[in-house]
Structures are given as C-alpha cells and as structure tokens.
Design a binder for this molecule. Structure first.
Ligand code: GDD
Ligand code: MG
Length: 328
C-alpha cells in the first residue's frame, strides 16, 4: 500500500525558517514534521510518495541518508498543481487503495483503525474528521448516522457553515478516484473532486485526542507543547548536546548544541545552537547554528539559521532573515 504525502508549497507563513528548510523538514521535538507522519503510518504502508515542489533536493538528501524499511519516492511537480493535481502527478506510483496525507498536520489519529473503519464501508474514499468551533478556515462535511458524507464544502463563509466537523487532512482513496482528476493542470481536491465523489460513497472518520495544522508559528508552538505534554515531558534535549543549568518548561534542544547557564522557556532550538551565559530566550525559535552571545535577550521571535547575535542585542517580536534575503 502507498501513502502520498502532500508536501508542496513554500511554507510562507513559517518564514524565515522556510527560506532555508522546506516545511516538512522543520523539527518538532527534534524530529522532522514529516517523520512524525511517516512513523504513524500502519505497517501495511510499504511505500511513501512525497508530492513536492519546493526545496526538493533537500528532501531527497534527507531520505537518502535515512535508513528506513519503507521505500520513499520524492516526486517533483512541474509546477504547483494544487492538492488534486499533486495526487494525479504521482498516479504511476499507486497500485490500489491508498492514503493521502497533508504534511502540515500533527494529530493523534490512529491510521490503522481508520483503515479498518474504511474497509467495512462500501465507497470510494474517506476523509478524517475533527470538530472545531470556527470551521471557516477549513473544509467542512456533514456525515449521516452511517458516517456517509452528505455535503462537502471547502472554506465556507460563516453563514454557509453547515457543520463544525472539518476535514482533518487524511484521506483514504480508491485508485479509480484518480480517473476523476484532470491531468496536467492545477486541481484542488477539496473544491473539485470531493463534491463529485459523494454519490459513489465518501465516508468520514472522526477521532479524538489532538489535531493541529501547524503551518503558522503560533500553531507550530502549539504542536510543540502538545507533543511534549503527550510524552509527559517538560523538555527534550538531544544526547549530543551539552546544557549547563536548568532549562525552563517547553524547551527542545537539537543536536550538537552548547547551552551555558541562561534562561530559556517555551522555545525550540534547532541543531548546532550555541548560547552564552546570562542570555534570556522566551517564546522563540532559533534556527540551525545560531550563535547567541552573553546577555542577549530574545522574545517572541524567529531567528533564521547561522545568525550571530552579539552581546547586548535585544530581539523582541522580530523575525531575523538569513543573509541575502531582501524584505518583501
Ligand atoms: N505537492 C503539492 N502541490 N502539495 C500542495 C500543493 C501543491 O500545489 N498545495 C498544497 N499542498 C499541500 C500543503 O503542503 C499541505 O500539506 C496540504 O497540501 C494542504 O494544503 P494547505 O495549503 O495547507 O491547505 P489548508 O490548510 O488551507 O486546507 C487544507 O487542510 C485543512 C486541514 O488542515 C484543506 O484540505 C482543508 O479542507 C482542511 O480542512
Ligand atoms: Mg494547512
């Protein structure tokens, strides 16, 4: 069985980090976002197909170096084809019933249970479902008692929102669905394809626990805190790093970091970060190999890779871009 992971897009809302790292490789608890998804796939998924179009060589390199039982195909799109066009573009890799997963979602869904649920129904597909208060930023659906979806609408206006049950971004589809997606053009699976599948049987699978679309810094932090809570940990520090003193709550420290005695809370430090004594870091993300001198203060900020912050600097509510990137 194959799982297609929709990994395209520039991740604009996660800039400046995504200037240098594609969103699927951004680390949460020191593990790339995409590996959280891949590790949650049921055993019968033997092949992973990454439908990508941005920083594709970094994705290829990452999987080449990784020793994994599953085969991974990183497939480039000629140009961004949208969620449906991206699936159509990887058609040749699909044998039979398959998964499609949005790469920016972190959740507690049990994909094995979802597949078992789907196999008891007679339809052409299923959509995972999650309840929210305000569904306007999502796709919505209204399943009947048998969980068969009656209506599907993408990004409804408040007055059109007929349900609070949203598309949580994990699909199970039959191969025949690919015949309904027009080739070689941009297609939104949510706008164009799902409404057409209703008459053939599209089911919704609701789950509980947690669900976060982590495409924005606020949600990325929420995912960071949620995953730490789930693991019942306050901090995560890679074994190859050195930390003097005590870290505050909700901190992750990547590989090869050196952290002198300083104050850090609610922050994400990528690999290779060095922090001198007396620095104070709060609600911030520090990219790869950032160096922070003594007494520097960083709050509510994102600092991109390789930045050197000198003694006395204060970075408050600021996103520091990599060198050479101009303001837009
Ligand atoms: N390969 C490829 N090509 N991937 C794409 C493209 C593309 O052109 N466009 C989007 N994607 C990927 C994104 O990287 C993401 O993983 C997924 O498809 C969904 O796209 P988003 O841009 O994140 O959509 P959204 O968050 O506004 O809405 C979608 O997700 C919601 C749940 O998080 C929709 O599926 C909604 O219905 C859903 O509720
Ligand atoms: Mg999204």
């Amino acid at each position: 069985m194959q799982a297609v992971i929709l990994s395209g897009g520039f991740g604009t809302r996660m800039r400046p980090l995504t200037y240098t790292t594609p969103k699927p490789l951004l680390p949460l608890l020191n593990k790339p976002l995409i590996m959280h998804l891949i590790d949650s796939l049921p055993a019968e998924v033997e092949e992973v197909v990454l439908a990508a179009n941005y920083k594709i060589e970094m994705l290829e390199e990452f999987f080449e170096d990784l020793d994994m039982d599953r085969e991974v195909h990183v497939v480039d799109e000629p140009e961004p084809r949208g969620t449906g066009g991206a699936v159509k573009n990887v058609e040749e890799y699909i044998d039979d019933t398959f998964f499609v997963i949005n790469s920016d979602v972190i959740s507690s869904i049990d994909l094995k249970d979802y597949l078992e649920f789907y196999r008891k129904k007679e339809g052409v597909g299923a959509i995972s479902a999650w309840e929210v208060e305000d569904p306007t930023a999502y796709g919505i659906m209204d399943p009947d008692e048998e969980q068969r979806i009656q209506r599907f609408q993408e990004k409804p206006k408040p007055e059109e929102a007929f349900s609070n049950l949203i598309n949580a971004g994990h699909y199970i589809l039959e191969r025949e669905v690919l015949d309904k997606i027009p080739p070689r053009r941009k297609v939104s699976i949510e706008h164009e394809i799902f409404p057409k599948l209703l008459e053939d049987g599209l089911y919704s699978y609701q789950f509980s626990g947690y669900w976060i679309d982590c495409g924005t810094p606020t949600n990325f932090f929420e995912a960071h805190r949620t995953l730490l809570d789930v693991e019942d940990k306050k901090t995560v520090v890679d074994d190859r790093s050195w930390v003097d003193g005590e870290l505050g709550d909700y901190v992750s420290v990547g590989m090869d970091c050196t952290i002198e005695d300083c104050e850090i809370s609610n922050s994400i430090l990528f690999d290779g970060v060095e922090i001198d004594e007396g620095a104070k870091i709060e609600n911030s993300i520090l990219g790869y190999d950032v160096i922070v001198e003594e007494g520097v203060k960083i709050k509510d900020s994102i600092v991109s890779d390789n930045v050197y912050l000198e003694k006395g600097e204060k970075i408050i509510k600021e996103d520091i871009k990599p060198e050479g990137v101009e303001d837009e």
